[in-house]
Write a protein that binds this ligand. Structure first.
Ligand code: LMR
Length: 400
């Protein structure tokens, strides 16, 4: 039956990690996958998460019984505030709700499933975007279109191209937006630019769907990083979705914990939305896992733990930021041809270096530096110890 099934290509970001793990060279560096690493190259459990897990281990009331399909209430209520803000009019007016999901990817999937079954057929993604956006949209059956985002010449956001593409979009198109710390470019719209994007979505009747995988990683501040979502939802009164991942900012990668936020015009939509989400989830995985939800709910609902988590997020942000500056300094000191200011202007976990696929291949094959073929690097894989060598290898591939 299966003798002639095709082989799929490997998933680049995971394949790169496998190659890296198999590489015996002691000076290898994995600049590929977007996973936070400390100065010693380790991905540790956050201190605040560790302490909550210790507490959970002693709590005999915690059970492994099923959660509802739409998730743990204490988790969803707290997450909604984290995204929309404590004073959110949409929350006060009961026009918003959160559905627990299998991290950000799961939230994108169930959100898009809902939109497709309710008549949406066209979706726009930034050019470039996180590779999985296209794959999920394609699997569901959406027609995928791109909006201009990154200008290769100017090494910055092409806001006029972006707006022009939105203006040409058919009504009821889904517009996938990165709430902050754009993956892969690290380049976010300014507030003025977000307002233009919001105005265009409004006048063209487009549906904004935010992907927020990095809240806190762009500015170090959770509220600032949610600014665009709150502007769209409150000031501009859009109906919108947000897919949030807690993989990065809680360092809960393998717990698959996140949620989907829906903000609607009227509170009457919420009960209907919930029934549809329960159906979609039931048909896919029935109900979500609980461990990550308990951790996040405990932290978000306790002011002391919440304060500790904010500090943990700020510390990760600061380290990434300083490695960005360090790498830039090293490239400049070497006199590496080209402009490198874009690296320090970008934010979040990634830098979009501008290296071409051939240069990236050489870095992997000859220098044991693992890098995505679009030139994206995970900045926190750079450390005080490896920065000189990584910069030197960049210099070599650029000059030869
Ligand atoms: C990345 O972009 O490297 C991460 O979000 C990991 C992934 O799933 O692609």
């Amino acid at each position: 039956l299966f003798n002639n099934i095709p082989t799929d290509p490997p998933i680049e970001v995971f394949h790169l990690t496998e190659l890296f793990n198999q590489d015996a060279n002691p000076s290898k560096v994995n600049l590929g996958i977007g996973v936070y690493q400390d100065e010693n190259g380790r991905t540790l459990t956050l201190p605040v998460v560790r302490s909550v897990e210790q507490q959970m281990a002693q709590d005999l009331t915690l059970t492994k019984n099923y959660l509802k399909g739409t998730g743990l209430d204490a988790f969803c209520t707290a997450c909604l505030k984290l995204v929309l803000g404590e004073q959110s009019p949409a929350i006060v007016e009961n026009r918003a709700c959160s559905i627990q999901s299998l991290s950000g990817t799961g939230a994108i999937r169930i959100g898009l499933d809902f939109l497709y079954r309710n008549g949406f057929r066209t979706a726009y993604v930034s050019s470039p975007t996180w590779g999985n956006h296209d794959s999920i949209l394609q699997t569901i059956g959406f027609e995928i279109r791109k909006y201009r985002y990154w200008s290769k010449d100017k090494l910055t956001l092409d806001i006029d191209g972006f707006i022009a593409d939105l203006e040409a979009a058919p009504e009821k198109s889904v517009i996938l937006l990165h709430a902050c710390a754009h993956n892969p470019t690290g380049c976010d719209p300014s507030r003025e630019q977000w307002i233009r994007i919001s105005d265009t979505c409004k006048s063209r009747q487009l549906f904004p769907f935010f992907d927020m995988a990095y809240q806190g990683f762009s500015s170090g501040d959770l509220d600032q990083d949610a600014w665009a979502i709150r502007y769209f939802g409150h000031e501009a009164k859009h109906e919108l979705f947000v897919a949030q991942s807690f993989a990065k900012n809680f360092s809960l990668y393998n717990e698959r914990i996140g949620h989907l936020v829906g903000v609607f015009e009227s509170r009457d939509i919420i009960p209907k939305f919930r029934t549809q989400m329960a159906t979609i989830i039931r048909r896919n995985y029935s109900n979500p896992p609980a461990h990550g939800a308990y951790i996040v709910a405990t932290i978000l609902n306790n002011p002391t733990l919440y304060g500790e988590w904010k500090n943990n997020v700020r510390a990760m942000h600061e380290r990434i930021h300083s490695m960005r500056q360090l790498f830039y300094n090293k490239l400049k000191q070497l006199g590496t041809p080209g402009t490198w200011e874009h690296i320090i202007q970008q934010t979040g976990m990634f830098a979009y270096t501008g290296l071409n696929p051939r240069q990236c291949q050489v870095l992997i094959q000859q220098h044991h530096i693992y890098i995505m073929s679009d030139g994206r690097i995970n900045v926190c894989a750079i450390t005080q110890r490896n920065a000189d060598e990584v910069a030197q290898k960049f210099y070599e591939v650029i000059t030869t």
